[in-house]
Design a binder for this molecule. Structure first.
Ligand SMILES: *Cc1c(COP(=O)(O)O)cnc(C)c1O
Length: 434
C-alpha cells in the first residue's frame, strides 16, 4: 500500500505542515491542495442528501457549511495541534465571537484576562453583555487564583491568550486549566501570537484554541481568517451546558454517539453557528493559509531569532524606558517563558519610549523599514501605536490595565535581516530624549 504521509501523526511538525490532512488520491493526485471554488455540491441520491443534511455522513452540500479546501486546512491544523477537530471561519474575531456564543447563553458569564486583543475586550465588555452574556475579568491576569475567585455557577468558559497582546504577558496556563476543570469549565486559549510551532495549548490543559489565521498561519499579510480547534473529550454533559445536552439529544439519532460526544464543541460550532450565522471562510483564503503554513516552523524560528536581537537592542537603548518581551531575563514572565516556550516566546515586542506621546509619534514617522500598520505576524516587520489603534477608544484605565500607555509602541518583528531591522530602529530613535 502506498505510504500515507497525510495521516501519519508520528511525523515531525515541519513534515506535517507540508503533508497532514491532504490525500492527493482524493483530488486527481493534484499535489497542491486544489481550491474548490463552489457555492454548492451535488447531493447525489435522495438518501445521501438526508445524510449530509443531518451530518450523519461526512461530505459537502452547501459552501457555507463546509468545503474540501477548508477541510484540508482544518485537518492540517488539527494535526499540528494534536487536536481532534477544527472549524475554519471568516476571521479570528468570528471564531472568538462564535466560540463564546457556542459556550454561553443569556445569563451566563465568561471569565477572562484583562490583557486581551482589543476586539476580544470589546466583545466581552460591550457587545455580548447586550445579549446577557457577561465578561468577568480576573482581578490580576497573572494570578491564577484571580481566575478561581471569578468563577461562579454561571461561568461557561475561561478565556486567556497564550501570549498576551500587546505586552506578550504569559499566564500560568496549567494552573488556570486545573482551576477551570475543577469546576467543569473549559479553558479557551487564543494562541494567535504563539502558533502551534512555539506552543501547543492542548498539552497544557486547554480545551479549545482560537486562532486569527490572518497573522502567522497565513504569514504574508494576504488575508483575514480564523480557525477554532477542539481537543476533544471535554465533558459537555456535566449539567453545566443545557444547550449541549439539547444538541446531543437532537443529533444522537444521526451521528454516532461516541463521535458526537468527543467533538461536540466543534460539531455544534459548525452546525449551529457556522451554518446559520454564516462566518464562512472562502476556499481561496484556505488555500493561501495552506501555502503559508508550509513554512510556518521556518518562519517562526527566524521571527524569534530576530525578536531576541531586537529586544536586546531596545533594552540597552537610552531612549527606551522599558521593553516587554518575555525572552528578556529581567521580564516578569521570563520563568514562564522558559517553562512554556522553549523555542522562544514569539516575536511581538512592546516598548515604552522616553518623551511620551510626542516621542512615540516621532518614532512612528521616522521608521523606514518597519511598516506602520495594525497587523501582526506578517513576514515583514510592522510597528504600531496601540493606544490610538488596536486599543483606540477604550477608557485610559482599561488601556492601562491591558498594558497600553501613550508612550507604548508595539513591534511585530519580521524575518528580514536582523542588522537592517536594528539599523532602522537605531536611526528612528536617534535624538530622542534620554
Ligand atoms: C488579530 C487578532 C485577533 C482577531 O483576528 P482577525 O483575524 O483580525 O479577526 C484575535 N486575537 C489576536 C491575539 C489577534 O492578534
Amino acid at each position: 500500500m502506498a505510504y500515507r504521509a497525510f495521516d501519519d501523526d508520528t511525523l515531525g511538525f515541519t513534515t506535517r505542515q507540508l503533508h497532514a490532512g491532504y490525500d492527493p488520491a482524493e483530488h486527481h493526485l493534484a499535489k497542491t491542495t486544489p481550491i474548490y471554488q463552489n457555492s454548492a455540491f451535488e447531493l447525489g441520491d435522495f438518501d445521501r442528501g438526508i445524510r449530509l443534511f443531518s451530518f450523519a455522513e461526512e461530505g459537502h452540500s452547501y459552501g457555507r457549511y463546509s468545503n474540501p479546501t477548508n477541510d484540508v486546512l482544518e485537518k492540517r491544523l488539527s494535526s499540528l495541534e494534536g487536536g481532534g477537530a477544527a472549524v475554519a471561519m471568516a476571521s479570528g474575531m468570528s471564531v472568538i465571537a462564535n466560540t463564546f456564543l457556542n459556550l454561553a447563553v443569556g445569563g451566563d458569564e465568561i471569565v477572562a484576562a484583562k490583557t486581551l486583543y482589543g476586539g476580544s475586550l470589546t466583545l466581552l465588555k460591550k457587545i455580548l453583555p447586550q445579549y446577557g452574556i457577561k465578561g468577568v475579568f480576573a482581578e490580576d491576569s497573572d494570578d491564577p487564583s484571580s481566575y478561581e475567585a471569578a468563577i461562579t455557577d454561571r461561568t461557561k468558559a475561561v478565556f486567556i491568550e497564550s501570549l498576551g497582546n500587546p505586552n506578550a504577558n504569559i499566564a500560568d496556563m496549567e494552573r488556570i486549566a486545573e482551576i477551570a476543570h475543577r469546576r467543569n469549565v473549559p479553558l479557551v486559549v487564543d494562541n494567535t501570537f504563539a502558533t502551534p510551532y512555539l506552543f501547543k495549548p492542548f498539552d497544557h490543559g486547554a480545551d479549545v484554541i482560537c486562532y486569527s489565521a490572518t497573522k502567522y498561519l497565513g504569514g504574508h499579510g494576504t488575508l483575514i481568517a480564523g480557525v477554532g480547534v477542539e481537543k476533544g473529550g471535554f465533558d459537555w454533559l456535566s449539567g453545566r451546558y443545557p444547550q449541549f445536552e439539547k444538541f446531543f439529544e437532537e443529533n444522537r439519532e444521526y451521528i454516532a454517539e461516541e463521535t458526537l460526544k468527543k467533538h461536540m464543541f466543534s460539531k455544534r460550532l459548525r452546525m449551529t453557528y457556522l451554518c446559520d450565522m454564516g462566518a464562512h471562510m472562502s476556499p481561496t483564503t484556505a488555500f493561501y493559509i495552506l501555502q503559508g503554513m508550509e513554512t510556518l516552523s521556518l518562519r517562526m524560528e527566524r521571527h524569534v531569532q530576530n525578536a531576541r536581537k531586537v529586544a536586546g537592542f531596545l533594552a540597552s537603548h537610552p531612549a527606551v524606558k522599558s521593553v516587554s518581551y518575555p525572552g528578556l531575563p529581567d521580564s516578569p514572565y521570563f520563568a514562564l517563558a522558559e517553562k512554556y516556550f522553549p523555542k522562544g516566546p514569539g516575536a511581538i515586542i512592546s516598548f515604552r519610549i522616553k518623551g511620551g506621546l510626542d516621542a512615540a509619534k516621532r518614532v512612528l514617522e521616522r521608521v523606514r523599514l518597519f511598516d506602520f500598520m495594525v497587523n501582526v505576524g506578517d513576514a515583514k516587520s510592522l510597528i504600531v501605536h496601540a493606544a490610538t489603534s488596536t486599543h483606540f477608544g477604550q477608557p485610559v484605565e482599561v488601556q492601562e490595565a491591558a498594558g497600553v500607555f501613550e508612550d507604548t509602541i508595539r513591534l511585530s518583528v519580521g524575518i528580514e535581516d536582523e542588522q537592517d531591522l536594528i539599523a532602522d530602529l537605531d536611526q528612528a530613535l536617534r535624538g530622542i530624549a534620554s
